[in-house]
Design a protein around this ligand. Structure first.
Ligand SMILES: Nc1nc2c(c(=O)[nH]1)N[C@H]1C(S)=C(S)[C@@H](COP(=O)(O)O)O[C@H]1N2
Ligand SMILES: [Mo]
Length: 320
């Protein structure tokens, strides 16, 4: 993150890029197959069990975007995952991560702490849904992605936070043998991030298990990663092993390293520059030219109530 320079990787690769509409065509195709196998005995050789029962999930139409989706081939190959190295091109290396079995600890100030397998957790919460969100990295690139997963507030209902729980802290796995970036001792591993409990209850806060109608690829944070579409991307922590409810504000990995560049709040705002570059515009993955960045990444209507009053007291700190 520290020495970032935008490279137009899609220019180097080009023609393998998936057309935006391919994903939707494939989804319709899968739907038709599914429906056909239910109602037409003659076609039952194409049976539902041929597909994983969770994917592709039902689309939640409340969360759609008029913009075209970013090409899947870029979203899955141009990734930030410092555990596997500081370049964008770590997707092959991330395949080393073993995501099954995977258990998640939810602890701290809750009435029902638990250690639970990811598949059991999904079952317990009643499955997954799909939502299309914009996503804005602090490095001034952005994408539009169909995430699969469940709202974060379902976790809260499950573990029942105590009254004095004010923050959530999230933690990524720690295994330097598999993730060579974690051998670099100057990073305060494991990756951690935090938000307030009010932010966690917001309708947009999402835990993703998949993208583009399939399970998450390792490089995008399998098997479970946070998605907070109104905040800079570094808040959306990948490959989560632990969620803790706390009374005190946690300090994330980037905040520990460079607190005046990457803070706790990190809400998107084109008017508040990163100390070393402007946040006025952004480069969309796979699309030439730049577009204006929008406050709260376009989600002001859904999230502004969270920051009433704070805008005055925190000022720029609320936006980096
Ligand atoms: N554990 C972990 N989570 C992480 C990161 C990381 O390096 N490690 N990078 C963050 C940053 S800076 C961004 S922009 C997003 C990128 O998500 P993507 O690679 O799926 O696009 O993941 C975030 N989550
Ligand atoms: Mo980022």
């Amino acid at each position: 993150m520290a020495f970032y320079k935008i490279k137009k990787v899609w220019k180097l690769k080009d023609n393998k890029v998936t057309p935006e509409n391919f994903y939707n065509t494939r989804r319709d195709f899968l739907k038709k197959l599914g429906a056909g196998s239910l109602f037409l005995p003659g076609t039952s050789f194409i049976s539902r069990p041929a597909f994983s029962s969770l994917y592709p999930p039902e689309v939640n139409k409340t969360y759609t975007i008029s913009k075209p989706l970013s090409p899947e081939s870029l979203v899955t190959t141009y990734t930030n995952f410092y555990e596997f190295g500081s370049s964008k091109n770590i997707w092959r290396r991330a395949s080393k991560l073993k995501t099954e079995p995977w258990s998640i600890t939810i602890d701290g100030l809750v009435d029902n702490p638990m250690v639970i397998d990811i598949n059991d957790l999904i079952k317990k919460l009643g499955g997954i849904e799909e939502r299309v969100y914009r996503f804005r990295c602090v490095e001034a690139w952005s994408m539009t992605v169909p995430w699969a997963g469940f709202p974060l507030n379902k976790i809260l209902s499950l573990v029942e936070p105590k009254k004095d729980a004010k923050f959530l802290k999230f933690e990524t796995f720690y295994d330097p043998e598999i993730a060579p970036g974690q051998k670099q001792k100057w990073y305060p591993w494991p990756y951690q991030e935090g938000i307030t409990i009010e932010e966690a209850k917001n309708e947009l806060s999402f835990l993703a298990t998949g993208i583009y109608g399939k399970k998450l690829p390792n490089q995008n944070g399998a098997p479970l990663r946070l998605v907070l579409p109104w905040k800079y991307g570094f808040k959306s922590i990948k490959s989560i092993v632990k969620i803790s409810l706390l009374a005190e504000r946690p300090i994330g990995l980037w905040e520990k390293l460079a607190p005046n560049e990457y803070g706790f709040w990190a809400n998107v705002n084109p008017k508040v520059s990163h100390p070393r570059w402007s946040q006025e515009t952004e480069q969309q993955l796979g699309i030439d030219g730049r577009i204006p960045t929008v406050k709260y990444n376009g989600y002001e209507e859904q999230v502004s109530y969270l920051y009433k009053g704070l805008e005055k007291t925190l000022q720029d700190k609320l936006f980096r």
